[in-house]
Design a protein around this ligand. Structure first.
Ligand code: AMP
Ligand code: GLY
Length: 428
């Protein structure tokens, strides 16, 4: 079968790379993709298609694909899946009616409350000024997290240790409004604990299939300092997460969510990605994403056993599936390299045009490079975006995977690259 992956980043590269290895897959088309993906056999990129619904529909029909998998949230939140469904093409992504779980933090938090899903206390505000006035009611919180309600490309969350920091973040938002702020903001209580991302594959009216857990590293700098980013690295699985809590998450968070959607007359298809904080009160839901995580996917795919494309296609068609799991004897560490200036908060420029070194050279066993913000003709690539590439390394334990990922990252890099040397350190 031919599979279409929509998107152009490292996550889409990892998905395409993994599905290209599935038995029965003849080609993975990525639209638009990026020129780094040319390194992967059976993967083709289609840069002229663009992230446009009509162009993508024409392309999918013409290419006779048997499955469409989405990377980024934007087309999902815009409801592309509904259009492909009406064409009869299996698509592994939620319909628009379920996408609010990620698309609107305000609507999602109201939904969590309604269905008694454990989550942090919060206030809603219509704009940054109103939020500032609400801060005095947060005085007994451990800290305040300011969240823009709408989609903000992973840059809509400001984790503030105290009221003063939250006030400063809100002042900046008043002066320089950011995307995602239009439909309001949330002030949420800061939760302390360990963060974990859990991934479930779901077909309409099917039980959730647990894919695995991973830990993202959101802050730009080592030791979790600096601004939040789209993700600077990840490791999988989250070994610290006790097995018995998997059942708790399923029963108290995932199943009530699917049941709550059913009560609204909506079923869920696609990836349900729960961002959790494991606090002393147990697992608390920070947020949902309705897609694969970036960069968690780059850490999960090298560990995945089973036929992924077959599973996603069957789930899309409402069939019951099993047989997908992570290798139990290995760990994967993924390190992202970002350009100087990333995450480009409040208009800061991001450097472009640096040459990628060692591109196309053989890599160490168990390692893989997934490309994101690159341009040119493989192997002559230069940087063209915030997150440029990432190296995944599989080892028998975290230490082995980490040092392998670091040695390959040092070789496969570019001038002024920002990358963290502590991805996976907390799991050592
Ligand atoms: P989100 O986009 O909601 O996942 O937020 C981005 C990141 O901010 C999360 O991955 C957490 O690291 C952090 N965060 C969000 N909400 C909270 C919270 N209530 N307490 C502590 N950290 C949070
Ligand atoms: N890694 C977080 C995300 O994909 O949103």
């Amino acid at each position: 079968m031919r599979v279409l992956v929509i998107g152009s980043g490292g996550r889409e590269h990892a998905l395409a790379w993994r599905m290209a290895q599935d038995e029965g897959v003849t080609e993975v088309l990525v639209s638009p993709g990026n020129p780094g993906m040319a390194v992967t056999p059976k993967v083709t990129t289609h840069p002229t298609v663009g992230l446009d619904l009509k162009e993508t529909i024409d392309f999918a029909v013409k290419s006779r694909v048997s499955l469409i998998v989405f990377g980024p949230e934007k087309p999902i939140l815009e409801g592309w899946a509904d259009h492909f469904e009406s064409l009869g093409i299996p698509v592994f992504a939620p319909r628009k009616a379920a996408a609010f779980l990620e698309g609107s933090k305000i609507q999602a938090k109201r939904f969590f409350l309604e269905h008694q899903i454990p989550t942090a206390r919060f206030f809603e505000a219509k704009d940054a000024r109103e939020a500032k006035a609400l801060l005095k009611q947060c005085a007994d919180w451990k800290g305040v997290v300011v969240k823009l309600s709408g989609p903000a490309l992973g840059k809509g969350v400001f984790v503030c240790a105290n009221i003063q920091e939250a006030e400063a973040a809100l002042d900046q938002l008043i002066q320089t409004p950011q995307p995602g702020q239009e439909e309001g903001l949330i002030l949420e209580e800061l939760l302390l604990g360990r963060e974990v991302s859990m991934f479930y594959l779901i077909g309409p009216n099917q039980p959730a299939l647990f894919l695995g857990s991973a830990c993202d590293h959101k802050r730009l700098l080592e030791n979790d300092l600096g601004p939040n980013t789209g993700g600077m690295g990840a490791y999988a699985p989250a070994q610290f997460f006790p097995k018995h809590l998997e059942e708790t998450v399923l029963k108290k968070i995932i199943e009530p969510t699917l049941e709550g959607l059913r009560q609204r007359g909506t079923s869920f298809t696609g990836v349900l990605f729960a961002g959790l904080m494991v606090s002393d009160q147990g697992p608390m839901l920070l947020e949902y994403n309705v897609r694969f995580g970036d960069p968690e996917t780059q850490a999960l795919m090298p560990l995945l056993q089973g036929n992924l494309s077959e599973t996603l296609r069957a789930l899309s068609l409402g069939q019951t599936m099993s047989g997908i799991s992570l290798k139990s004897d290995s760990v994967c560490v993924h390190i992202v390299q970002a350009a100087k200036g990333y995450p480009g908060l409040f208009g800061a420029p991001i450097e472009r045009g640096q040459t990628i070194q060692a591109c196309g050279e053989p890599m160490a066993n168990g390692t893989e490079c997934f490309y994101s913000g690159v341009t040119g003709l493989f192997p002559d690539l230069t940087t063209s975006g915030g997150r440029v590439l990432g190296i995944s390394a599989v080892g028998r334990n975290t230490g082995e995977a980490k040092s392998l990922a670091e040695s390959e990252s040092a070789r496969h890099t570019f001038v002024n690259a920002q990358w963290r040397r502590d991805i996976g350190k907390s799991a050592l």
